[in-house]
Design a protein around this ligand. Structure first.
Ligand SMILES: [Zn+2]
Length: 422
């Protein structure tokens, strides 16, 4: 059934919240307000009514940075488990990073990947292609062929783009119209270790400076992944002031936690880039408020049970993030008065939408990709309750408020808290 009448909710569209009803017919938004009500009354037998009184209804969130791990690492995550986690978190579309095995580095690999998505994906998946073949940092992929197959985003995430290839990559992408996404980590500045003392802010912002200079020379569309420090926010602000085609994202954990929050087990707090200082966190929040940072992206990086057992220097970096993103941000930023609800919703919809050239507004005739959120619902994050195979999260044990209760993709129910497994 993909006909819905979502009534009496607070709807976020055209950047504003307003009380109105929504009618969904055949997976598309058919009408708002009185027209929606009239449409429902005409044919109510074939429409599911959902009382959204007290709830917020929003375009389903779009995550620019997700590791689905498939193909190649099914013990860490699969398309099925990762997109189930996405739907539970209110995301109706995720961009999938290509650090898989094999990596998505040619149109042939895309031909293999698409049937997997059709079979298992619960939400829409936008594949990101690798910048270098096999992500080996030696030879560029065929950008034109990949763009011809529908790819727009390119990243070797997990590893940075080598300086020796950056100019060539950006020149080619500037000509083809692709977006280069870089994982900012200057390895020569990183020492062995798990946290900020080993992975200093310079390793991020000096590489960002390098990238922005090259974006200015080449005109390449550039997106900075997971910013973590104040210097990076200033660099992006300056780049935008000078009119560069540049965007940036920040994760929920960098917006809500600092190095002082690191507790046990440490694997729950071990990610790249690492958690930093309160001054950095404040700068990231301010960057999001001012629109310097365009989007919240989770960097959902699950490692299955593997990581739970290994919390040392040899442990893989990354935490699970899709299911806790909205409640973590709502509880820590909106309820504390640091961010308006509209600003948060914008950073999960319109902001990332600009990076992938999608208008994430709700409009009649548009896809019914929707999330309904109960802003009053409180729940403690439990390690055993993730849909993701990854169970390491800095929010485990925290009581968070503001949870998605219904997620629709093209009007199809993909998550319903009343039918949830836990
Ligand atoms: Zn990364």
């Amino acid at each position: 059934m993909n006909n819905w009448y979502l009534h009496d909710g607070l709807v976020y569209r055209n950047y504003k919240l307003r009380q109105e009803d929504i009618l969904v017919i055949n997976g598309k938004i058919a009408a708002f307000g009185d027209k929606a009500k009239a449409g429902f009354l005409e044919r109510s037998a074939s429409i599911t009514a959902f009382n959204a009184s007290g709830y917020v209804i929003c375009r389903g969130f779009l995550d620019l940075h997700v590791h689905l791990r498939e193909p190649g690492f099914a013990e860490k995550e699969t398309i099925a488990t990762g997109t189930k986690a996405a739907a539970a978190g209110g995301f109706t579309a995720v961009c999938a990073m290509p650090n898989t095995n094999p990596s998505l580095d040619s149109p042939d690999k895309l031909i293999d990947f698409k049937p997997r998505l059709r079979k298992d994906a619960r939400v829409k998946v936008i594949p990101i292609a690798a910048i270098t073949k096999g992500r080996a940092g030696a030879e560029l992929t065929d950008f034109d062929a990949l763009i011809g197959s529908g790819i727009t985003l390119f990243s070797d995430d997990g590893d940075p783009v080598p300086t020796s290839l950056l100019r060539q990559a950006m020149e080619k992408l500037a000509n083809s119209g692709g977006v280069l996404i870089n994982h900012l980590e200057e390895k020569s500045l990183v020492k062995p270790g798990l946290f900020a003392d080993a992975i200093p802010p310079q390793s991020e912002y000096l590489m960002l400076e390098r990238d922005l200079e090259m974006a200015a020379k080449t005109g390449c569309r550039y997106h900075a992944a997971h910013l973590s420090c104040a210097e990076s926010v200033e660099l992006i602000a300056a780049a935008k002031r000078s009119g560069l085609p540049v965007t940036a994202e920040v994760t929920p954990h960098h917006l809500t936690l600092t190095i002082n929050d690191i507790g046990e087990p440490q694997g729950d707090f071990q990610m790249k880039p690492p958690l930093r200082t309160e001054a950095d966190r404040s700068a990231l929040i301010e960057g999001l408020r001012r629109g310097v940072i365009d989007a919240v992206a989770t960097d959902h990086a699950p490692h299955g049970r593997e990581k739970e057992q290994r919390i040392g220097l040899d442990s893989p970096f990354g935490v699970t993030g899709l299911e806790t993103a909205f409640p973590a941000l709502y509880s820590n930023l909106v309820l504390t008065g640091m961010l308006e609800l509209e600003q948060l919703l914008q950073a999960l919809t319109f902001g990332p939408g600009r990076v992938v050239n999608q208008d994430c507004d709700l409009i009649p005739g548009g896809a019914a990709d929707l999330v309904v959120i109960d802003l009053a619902r409180q729940k403690t994050v439990e390690r055993g309750h993730f849909y993701s195979k990854g169970t390491n999260s800095p929010f485990v044990g925290r009581r968070l408020q503001g949870w998605p209760v219904l997620t629709l993709v093209d009007g199809e129910e993909r998550f319903n808290a009343n039918r949830a497994e836990h």
